[in-house]
Design a protein around this ligand. Structure first.
Ligand code: ADP
Ligand code: ASP
Ligand code: MG
Length: 428
């Protein structure tokens, strides 16, 4: 069994969906589990729809109309019956919008936002069936079981594995039904409430299926040739990494290389399932393989840029040391507010953290910490991470800007520098 994942960009319009079929046809005769995300920017649109719903704003109807138009127009150019496969899903969504949203905002979010993947998979599945590529459509909400941490569901591994294995054994899978289509990003709690796995979570969903099915390999099809040594949106002359270890992939994803969702690697590593990142535009190209082998492993410097950072310097008001109990309070507050620390460092009397600059959250952090601590902060910063660094690579990307904080380990350096990046950076 191979597990494939197609992201939003790979199903964003009718041409893209045709290309998915073309890729699948290369694997004819092989059992495939195909995990698909919402089309294009649908999840962003559904987030807006959720806000309109919880605020009981009439704009919800307009947003729903736009979503319908977008999906129906793609369906119309691909499928004989046009929008038919989508009708019942839109009826369900429309019905949901007519009732009062649940009190828990994040539960409301998950119940609406999960429709993106339901629509894309219904459309792709119907199209492939009509194109003589028989497949079955499985509802991931029945298979991927999570706790009730809405918007960040934690997988209940035993239950999930059991359900996935059941769905893929016995009569369910016949010779003419080798392709299974299912949704990324969504699952449900044991109580049957829809739960999403966090933005960009479809890569992780695919890894959950690969793990449960003991897949031979997993391939994520992207709009890039593979894992590059930097995001091509921020860096000129990127190089493709032909092979990287699970360890490197986890580190890169953790530091913010958005090409792979950070949770994806661990389930694959646990079962030594190789992960390929390949281009959906050039499926013949080898892409990148992520596995345990150190054979072709080159230590190419990799860069991760996080703009729009704020550095907080926290000290006790009486200039005492910030010891374990102080840190305990600070971490408690940040965790409670859902703030992720991108970098931290402490000195005798101050503790510094670098976080994403979100004005509303920053205000809340400053107010919450302001009781016991005095807090200074700098905005407009960039956090640069370089794995496999040397001084030349640092000098190049810092480009004479002021470094406010620097942290080095043997393989990785992280730098908080003044000023946003100006334009794309060039090769070192
Ligand atoms: P999907 O369609 O699967 O959701 P994403 O847009 O989430 O795809 O991921 C692909 C994008 O990730 C690329 O277009 C690229 O801009 C970005 N990216 C960030 N870091 C890297 C990297 N190191 N290598 C390749 N792409 C990267
Ligand atoms: N559709 C979801 C998102 O846009 C999940 C994913 O694409 O991975 O975040
Ligand atoms: Mg994505």
């Amino acid at each position: 069994m191979k597990v494939f994942k197609f992201g939003g960009a790979s199903v964003k319009d009718a041409e893209a969906v045709k290309n998915v079929k073309e890729i699948l046809s290369r694997y004819s005769g092989e059992p495939l589990c195909v995990v698909i995300s919402a089309m294009g920017k649908t999840t962003n649109a559904l987030e807006k729809l959720t806000e309109a719903w919880v605020n009981q704003d009439m704009v919800a109807l307009e947003l729903l109309g736009q979503l319908e138009e977008y999906h129906n127009s793609i369906a119309g150019s691909l499928i004989e019956n046009g929008s038919k496969p989508l009708q019942s899903i839109f009826i369900e969504l429309r019905k949901l919008l007519q009732v009062a949203p649940p009190e828990i905002h994040d539960a409301a979010y998950d119940s609406i936002v999960s429709f993106g993947e339901l629509l894309s998979t219904a459309l792709v599945s119907a199209y492939l069936n009509e194109q003589n590529m028989p497949n079955r459509l499985l509802d991931a909400r029945r298979l991927v079981i999570t706790d009730e941490s809405y918007r960040n569901g934690r997988i209940q591994w035993e239950e999930t594995t059991r359900k996935i294995v059941n769905a893929f054994t016995g009569e369910e899978l016949s010779q003419n039904n080798l392709i299974t289509i299912t949704q990324g990003f969504i699952g449900s709690s044991l109580n049957g409430h829809p739960v999403t796995l966090g933005r960009e979570g479809s890569d992780f969903s695919a890894a959950v299926f690969a793990y449960a099915l003991d897949a031979q390999e997993m391939i994520i099809w992207k709009d890039v040739p593979g894992v590059l040594n930097a995001d091509p949106r921020f860096f000129n002359d990127t190089v493709k990494l032909d092979q990287i270890t699970y360890r490197d992939a986890i580190e890169l994803a953790y530091f913010g290389a958005s090409v792979i969702h950070p949770k994806t690697i661990q389930p694959l590593q646990n079962k030594s399932i190789p992960l390929y990142v390949k281009s959906f535009e050039n499926p013949d190209e080898p892409g990148t393989v992520i596995n345990n082998s150190a054979e072709n492993h080159k230590q190419v410097p990799c860069y991760i840029f996080k703009p729009n950072q704020v550095l907080l310097s926290i000290s006790a008001k009486d200039f005492s040391f910030i010891a374990e109990d102080g840190l305990h309070n600070i971490f408690g507050l940040l965790s409670h507010m859902g703030i992720r620390i991108n970098l931290m460092q402490n000195s005798a009397i101050s503790f510094s953290i670098c976080i994403d600059d979100n004005p509303a959250k920053l205000h809340r952090v400053l107010t919450a910490l302001g009781g016991d601590f005095s807090v200074k902060y700098n905005q407009g910063l960039e956090l640069i991470t370089i794995r496999y660094y040397n001084q030349k690579t640092i000098d190049k990307v810092v480009n004479k800007r002021k470094i406010l904080l620097e942290q080095k380990s043997r393989l990785t350096v992280q730098l908080v520098v003044e000023g946003e990046k100006s334009g794309k950076k060039s090769k070192v």
